[in-house]
Design a protein around this ligand. Structure first.
Ligand code: AMP
Length: 470
């Protein structure tokens, strides 16, 4: 769960990358970094938010007409400066900088092999594996090196790379994670989401296609195909639409806002409630609550106010802090909920701790009934392709019935959107291959059907991966 950005052909590349990262900040708040330059590259990374990591002085030390940037998502695992991206390495072919969104499922195997052959790793991130693989390719051209390295990795990756005065962008053959191309004056920009383009006033051109590698240099933009089976089906992450991407972005060519609104409308049809008011859990539940209200005819109001001065509560590593964090972040509006039958719409229910807190808060503020509606199916399986979900044992819906969750959350009723409803809302067709995914999407976190085989699959909790997800 990270945001990546790249720019080529702009005098103030590092400044633009900094702005781009601001508009991708929701994709990661643990660390931020930029590498910029022409042939010689310079790097600045730090822990924390983009605005904490950079100032005039640090940006001033990053001259050059090309830059890449990265924001990293906090996980329960190691949150260390050495894992902050972009990475910058020197090898026989020159310097290479890389920023990655996604998760390689065979990184452990590759790393073990590389270490046995003498590679010395500087980070615990799966991304570094790609650089070591590149270094071993007997080619001078960095694009050839990268193409060759990518033949060996499996899993989810959207990458931006700077090497030899070229900006390279690539998406894995299944296209799990997003990457879009834009035009800024005479140059090109790459970004996880179009929200970055809106801020820097770049024009959105198109998505990098699954299995496509684009190279931007003085000659413009060229496109290459990864050498992978032609029939690799697209499996874009549906959770980008459910929760992760910003509502003002287009991802996978579609408006995130409209998809969420449709999820809410469909939810109202599938899971109606007798109620006086519909309220969202802000911010991510807002578009679907609007959809729910529109479809049901129940008035929409803001019954919970979010403080924008605390981070996403989910990222707190300890349970005790997380419980407290919800109270810090959300507070009920008594005049909206007092004496009312309230429908609360949230985008997802993961551990259930947030919802439980919210229901308590709403009752304390006078709500007569609280009907929880979730604009996605139950989250039953961890993601191994780059979204930081907890282990299966922490996912409340993996081991509890609907009634048990209702009792835990203490709501009057609970209703989830069906898988079909969610897929219809994002415009996916019926799954052609019986995997349970809508055509063109990955929904493994809701179904347990993992479209790319995982590394060492154990009997219980699937693979053991490093927790340093990106
Ligand atoms: P929980 O308390 O674990 O049920 O968390 C549910 C809340 O976390 C919902 O309001 C979601 O908006 C949010 N959420 C869902 N998935 C994630 C994720 N992978 N990272 C951060 N927040 C999430």
């Amino acid at each position: 769960m990270c945001g990546i950005f790249g720019i080529h052909g702009h005098d103030e590349a590092a400044n633009i990358a900094y702005l781009g990262l601001h508009a991708l900040q929701h994709r990661g708040q643990e660390s931020a970094g930029v590498v910029a330059g022409d042939r010689s590259l310079r790097r600045h990374v730090g822990m924390g938010l983009v605005s904490d990591v950079f100032d005039q002085k640090t940006l001033g030390r990053l001259p050059g007409a090309a830059a890449i940037g990265h924001v990293r998502y906090s996980t329960a695992g190691s949150s260390e400066l050495r894992n902050a991206q972009p990475f910058l390495f020197d090898y026989a072919g020159g310097s290479v900088a890389i920023a990655h969104n996604g998760n390689l499922v065979n990184a452990e195997e590759l790393r073990t092999r590389l270490e046995a052959a003498g590679s010395i790793f500087q980070t615990t991130s799966d991304t570094e594996v790609i650089v070591h693989l590149m270094a071993k390719v007997p080619e001078f051209d960095p694009v050839q090196r990268l193409l060759s390295a990518l033949k060996q990795v499996r899993g989810a990756y959207s990458l931006v790379v700077l090497a030899d005065d070229r900006l390279i962008g690539v998406r894995d053959p299944n296209g799990f994670r997003p990457l879009v191309i834009g035009r800024l004056k005479d140059g090109y920009v790459l970004s996880s989401e179009t929200s970055a383009f809106d801020l820097i006033e770049a024009e959105y051109i198109r998505d990098v296609e699954p299995g496509e590698l684009v190279v931007v240099d003085g000659g413009g933009l060229r496109s290459f195909r990864l050498q992978t089976p032609d029939d690799a089906p697209t499996h874009f992450c549906v959770f980008e639409h459910v929760y992760f991407a910003r509502p003002d972005s287009l991802v996978n060519g579609k408006s995130v806002y409209r998809a969420r609104e449709k999820m809410g409308m469909r939810l109202a049809e599938e899971q109606p409630a007798e109620a006086d008011v519909v309220i969202p859990v802000p911010d991510s539940g807002v578009p679907s609550a609007i959809g729910y209200a529109k479809q049901s005819g129940i008035p929409f109001e803001l019954g919970l106010i979010r403080s924008h001065y605390v981070g996403r509560t989910f990222i707190e590593p300890q349970d005790s802090i997380r419980h407290f964090g919800v109270r810090l972040k959300l507070s009920p509006v008594r005049s909206v909920v007092d004496g009312k039958r309230v429908v609360v719409v949230d985008d997802s229910l993961v551990r259930g701790t947030t919802s439980r807190k919210i229901v308590k808060m709403l009752r304390a503020a006078g709500a007569r009934e609280v009907h929880l509606r979730i604009s996605a199916p139950p989250t039953t399986n961890p993601c191994y392709y780059g979204i930081d979900t907890p282990t299966r044992s922490e996912l409340v819906a993996a081991s509890h019935s609907l009634e048990e969750i209702v009792r835990y959350v203490t709501c009057d009723s609970l209703g989830y959107l069906t898988h079909e409803g969610m897929m219809a809302a994002v415009g996916a067709g019926a799954a052609p291959d019986g995997t349970g995914c809508g055509a063109g999407y990955c929904s493994a976190c809701f179904t347990g059907n993992y479209p790319v085989p995982l590394g060492k699959v154990g009997s219980g909790d699937l693979v053991k991966l490093r927790r340093d997800r990106v």
